[in-house]
Design a protein around this ligand. Structure first.
Ligand SMILES: [Zn+2]
Length: 233
């Protein structure tokens, strides 16, 4: 399996960087996890129009799905007419939220909502969603398996026991670390220290911090993801 960090900005973009987008490739099949603003432009640096088998969205916040709008309009104009668009896997209830962004998505994408906490196949890779804790927004961390390797992605979340199972023994754990300090009340994000603790509890083999503002320092000993990073697992 090959993992490419297409973009990993937090809810506002780091300078010159894209929002959430992670490309997973196995056996000539390609799954894009999240499609935030800037992701499509980055994919177009590598291919005139991206050939992606499936897109899976963790939650319907704009920094994780906003480029679906650009993808819709681009697909209607750029690739040859009749080119099949990607399968689009939305979180449970995601269809209703997608409809708020536009009305023509079904012309390009084959849209399905993935079943809560049930494994599904997307673009030839096996995906298991885990409900995480992102304020009041329904949000799913995704565990992706192919070729005997595992990439786990926390999505946006505060501390939750779900991360231990989501990232158990993962070869790579992409874990969000939006915060400098914990937040009062309902949690929706993690500090770098909390991400490290979650990776330790899950016995993940490698932790990469994502969704981290450039304004924050990264503690020594922790690894920060960056746009363009490619890993062969
Ligand atoms: Zn986010």
């Amino acid at each position: 399996m090959k993992l490419t960090i297409v973009g990993c900005s937090p809810a506002w973009p780091n300078p010159g960087r894209a929002h959430s987008g992670y490309l997973l490739e196995h056996d000539s099949r390609r799954l894009l996890v999240d499609c935030g603003p800037g992701v499509l432009a980055r994919l177009r640096e590598a291919a005139h129009w991206p050939e992606i088998d499936a897109i899976a969205i963790t939650h319907m916040h704009l920094d994780h799905c906003g480029d679906l709008v650009a993808w819709l309009w681009g697909h209607l104009h750029v690739p040859p007419r009749g080119t099949k668009g990607p399968d689009l896997w939305l979180p449970p209830g995601g269809r209703t939220e997608l409809a708020l962004l536009g009305s023509r998505f079904d012309e390009v994408f084959t849209i399905r909502e993935y079943p809560a906490a049930e494994q599904f196949e997307a673009g030839g890779l096996t995906v298991t969603p885990f409900a995480v804790s992102h304020y009041t927004q329904p949000t799913w961390g995704l565990r992706i398996e192919a070729g005997g390797k595992v990439v786990a992605f926390s999505a946006d979340t505060g501390p939750t026991e779900a991360l231990a199972e989501l990232a158990a023994e993962a070869d790579v754990f992409l874990c969000e670390a939006t915060l400098d300090q914990g937040e009062p009340g309902l949690r929706g994000h993690l500090t770098a220290g909390e991400a490290a603790a979650a990776a330790l509890a899950a016995r993940a083999h490698r932790l990469l911090l994502v969704h981290r503002p450039v304004e924050l320092e990264t503690p020594d000993g922790l690894e920060l993801a960056y746009d363009g990073l490619e890993l062969k697992l």
